[in-house]
Structure formats: structure tokens, C-alpha cells
Design a protein around this ligand. Structure first.
Ligand code: FAD
Length: 412
């Protein structure tokens, strides 16, 4: 059976398959996933699901009937082990071969493993899949002291959930502030205050040198070769790595992800990639980037689906990301790399503000705390290449929406 084969049944893969169908692709469509669960949302894994506020049925991506209705065959619990691009064929771990006319690689990313002594002790956990989350949830129920390695999004969300469950939580961060590569210093400080108020302790500039165990179970984390911190449970959140091994082995170009163009096309005709596993040129970053966000995976998956149905529409969405920690919502729009000026809009003390990041006078990104209204308007401004002046950005009484009106210009 030929047609479209998609590897990975998450945001990018499912969006590509559904979009191709909606846009008129009439050949067979098969989506293969190594996970056994029906396609589900990942963000709740570190949030409501971990806290026991929703169950697994509560965040499925679509009802099973949607796939049947779109004539999309889901093959769950099957791992793809090889792509033979010359033959137009993939091999599954059980030896099954599947032919394809078009192939989408949407294999996502995996958690980066920590390489220290004792890293394989029981109780040292990662969070990527629903199976990981179910395991972590059960362990959290029994643990008192939790050590989280990494003050990134996943680490901080797990810290927030664990603190809400009444656990003693310590976050170990090698850098000097939280989310250093993703948000401005003002937002990092605000997050730190919020976590501290909720009882989470954060240790900065600290490296984990070993995990200490007793009877095969982790009991402590060793810091900087000497200090020991007691731990019933360790959660490691030190970043993701693109699952591009299949593409590398098939000879596709990969550089921190599978290299694709604005339609998600790789250099090999008929083979596409999208989502966490792909690397693309972004005008918003002014460079090649690999994004890990729901919005990116869905929008790039959509561009791939359209290209497969010969209805091309370039992927050109402004990058967006959100994170829920304690009672706050952090949202980021744009790409702040190499920004050289930051302007605060709103009141930090009131817990509702945004930080406008500029690169050579151009607005490139905005991080907001509890301020979805700012996010809505700056998304449109950044997409249109319109930059409010720093003065306008800092002035909360200046209606930034007016800059979107034809003929209106930002003034100094
Ligand atoms: C705990 C957690 C919380 C998150 N919270 C947020 C959030 O709040 N906001 C946000 O924007 N983003 C969040 N993200 C990130 C977001 O979930 C990812 O960016 C998104 O899931 C990427 O989608 P994807 O389709 O590219 O890949 P993935 O969701 O990673 O899915 C890839 C799928 O392919 C499968 N696969 C891999 N290799 C093979 C193979 N060889 N054969 C078969 N199947 C294979 C994988 O097992 C997986 O099921 C979170 C991620 C996690 C883990």
C-alpha cells in the first residue's frame, strides 16, 4: 500500500495528515506511532494531569471517530526503524515494510539524559510521554522531597505542580537565572519570586555531580562534588533533542533537526518533516531554528499537509509559546535571540506586565505575565513587521492596536 505515511502521531504528524485530507489528498493515509495511546495533548502532562485534576481521556487530541471519518489509519505501538528513500519504503521494528509515495517525519524530540554517576538509579525520572507522566504521578504521591534538575519550562512546571501537591521542592539550575535562554531577566525574576513564595527553593550556578542511591533507589543528589541534597524523587528537565536519527541514517540533511524549507520539504522529493524534529529558516529569528512548541508543530504540520495536497502555503507563523506555573500564565511571542533593548509595559508589582524585546530598533519578541491582551496585539504587530517605539511600548495608555490600522506609523 502506498500513499502518505506519517511517522509520529502527535501535533505535527496529525495536523499534516488531517490537513492533507481536508485539502483533497485522496490516496491512503497511514500514521505510525511508537506510543500506544491515542494521540493526546502534551502540555497537561506537567500540569493538570500530574496534579490529578484530569484523567487521560480528558486531553485526547481528537475522538477516534475523527480519524476513521478522515480515512486515516492509525498504527499505534509500532516503531519505525528505517527509511529507505530510494525504494520509497519504511521498516517497522516487527519487520513489516510499508511503501510510501509521500512521507512525513514528525518524530518530535526526546528528553536529554543527564550524564552523571548514579543517573540510572530508580527514582531518577524524565517527562516526555503520557507513560512517563503516569509513572511520575504515582511516584509523586509517595515522595516527600523532590529535586528538579533544570530551571526550564518542564522543570518549573513540575516544580509548580509538586509544590501544589504539598511536596518540598528544590530546583537546581546551572545558570544564574530561570529560563535564561527563553525570557527576559525581569520575567526570570518574577518567576523566581513566584516560585519562592510557593515554597520552591531554587539553587543557581550549581552543577549536579552525582546521584546517590541506596538499594538501587535514589536518596540524594550530589552538588558540585560535595553538597548532598536529600531526594525521594529526582526529575530531570534539561532540554530536548530532536529525534532525527531515522533521517540522518537515510542521508537527509540534518543540523540540529531535519532541515526543511517553508513547506516542510526536505532535500529529498516526497519526504517532509515538521514539528520538534525539524529545523527551518525563520525570518522572525533571522536564522535557522528548531522550535519546541504546540503552535509551531501544528502550523508547520499544516503547511506540510497543504504541500502534500498540492495546495502550497508557506509556513510563516510568528513563534508562540505558553507555560502555566502556580497561578500565572507566561506567554512568549516572537524570537528574542540577540535582542539588545528591553522595555517593560505594565506593572510588575501588579503581576501583569510584558517585556518588549528589540533587535536594532525592531520589535522581535514579547514575554508577558498574565497579559494575553498584549500577546494578541503584538503577535499581529510582529507578523506585519510593525514596531512600536520603545516609548509607545512603555506607555500603557498607548493603544498598540492603533498601529495596525492602515496609514498609522509608530512615532519616536
Ligand atoms: C511535559 C510537556 C509539557 C509541555 N508543555 C507545553 C506548553 O505548555 N506549551 C507549548 O507550546 N508546548 C509545550 N510542550 C512542547 C510540545 O508538547 C511539543 O513542542 C510538541 O508536542 C511537539 O509536537 P511534535 O508533533 O513535533 O512531536 P511530539 O509531540 O514529540 O511527538 C512525536 C511522536 O513521534 C513518536 N516517534 C518518535 N520516533 C518514532 C519512530 N521511530 N517510530 C514511531 N514513532 C516515533 C514519539 O514517540 C511521539 O509520540 C510540552 C512538552 C512536554 C513534554
Amino acid at each position: 500500500m502506498s500513499g502518505l505515511v506519517v511517522i509520529g502521531a502527535s501535533y505535527a504528524g496529525i495536523q499534516a495528515a488531517l490537513t492533507a485530507r481536508e485539502a483533497g489528498y485522496a490516496e491512503p493515509v497511514t500514521v505510525i506511532a511508537d506510543e500506544h495511546a491515542l494521540p493526546y495533548q502534551r502540555p497537561p502532562l506537567s500540569k493538570d494531569f500530574l496534579r490529578g485534576e484530569i484523567d487521560a481521556q480528558g486531553f485526547l487530541m481528537h475522538d477516534e471517530a475523527v480519524f476513521a471519518g478522515a480515512k486515516i489509519e492509525l498504527r499505534l505501538g509500532h516503531r519505525v526503524v528505517e527509511i529507505d528513500r530510494q525504494a520509497g519504503r519504511i521498516a517497522l521494528a516487527d519487520g513489516t515494510m510499508l511503501d510510501f509515495d509521500k512521507l512525513v517525519i514528525a518524530t518530535g524530540s526526546r528528553a536529554r539524559k543527564i550524564a552523571v554517576r548514579g543517573a540510572d538509579l530508580d527514582g531518577v525520572c524524565y517527562l516526555r510521554s503520557i507513560a512517563d507522566a503516569a509513572d511520575l504521578k504515582a511516584r509523586l504521591g509517595e515522595a516527600g522531597e523532590i529535586v528538579i534538575i533544570g530551571g526550564g519550562f518542564i522543570g518549573l512546571e513540575v516544580a509548580s505542580s509538586a509544590a501544589k501537591l504539598g511536596k518540598r521542592v528544590t530546583v537546581i539550575e546551572a545558570a544564574s537565572r530561570l529560563l535564561e535562554r527563553a525570557v527576559s531577566p525581569a520575567v526570570s525574576r518574577f518567576l523566581l519570586d513566584t516560585h519562592t513564595r510557593a515554597g520552591v527553593e531554587v539553587k543557581f550556578g550549581t552543577a549536579v555531580s552525582a546521584m546517590i542511591g541506596d538499594g538501587g533507589r535514589v536518596t540524594a543528589v550530589e552538588l558540585d562534588g560535595s553538597i548532598r541534597l536529600g531526594a525521594d524523587l529526582v526529575v530531570v528537565g534539561i532540554g530536548g533533542i530532536a529525534n532525527d536519527a531515522l533521517a540522518v541514517a537515510a542521508g537527509l540533511e540534518c543540523a540540529n533537526g531535519i532541515v526543511v524549507d517553508e513547506h516542510g520539504r526536505t532535500g529529498c522529493s516526497g519526504i517532509y518533516a515538521a514539528g520538534d524534529c525539524a529545523s527551518h529558516y525563520s525570518r522572525f529569528a533571522e536564522g535557522w531554528i528548531k522550535l519546541e512548541s504546540v503552535q509551531h508543530a501544528q502550523d508547520q504540520g499544516r503547511a506540510v499537509g497543504l504541500a502534500i495536497a498540492d495546495s502550497h502555503e508557506a509556513y510563516d507563523s510568528v513563534p508562540r509559546f505558553w507555560s502555566d506555573q502556580h497561578d500565572l500564565k507566561l506567554q512568549i511571542v516572537g524570537h528574542a535571540a540577540r535582542s539588545d533593548r528591553m522595555v517593560i509595559r505594565g506593572a510588575i508589582e501588579a503581576g501583569r506586565f510584558s517585556v518588549f524585546n528589540y533587535r536594532q530598533g525592531k520589535l522581535v519578541a514579547v514575554d508577558s505575565i498574565n497579559n494575553p491582551a498584549d500577546q494578541m496585539v503584538v503577535r499581529r504587530l510582529i507578523a506585519a513587521g510593525i514596531s512600536p517605539t520603545p516609548g509607545q511600548a512603555a506607555d500603557s495608555s498607548c493603544d498598540l492596536r492603533s498601529l495596525l490600522k492602515p496609514g498609522r506609523k509608530a512615532v519616536a
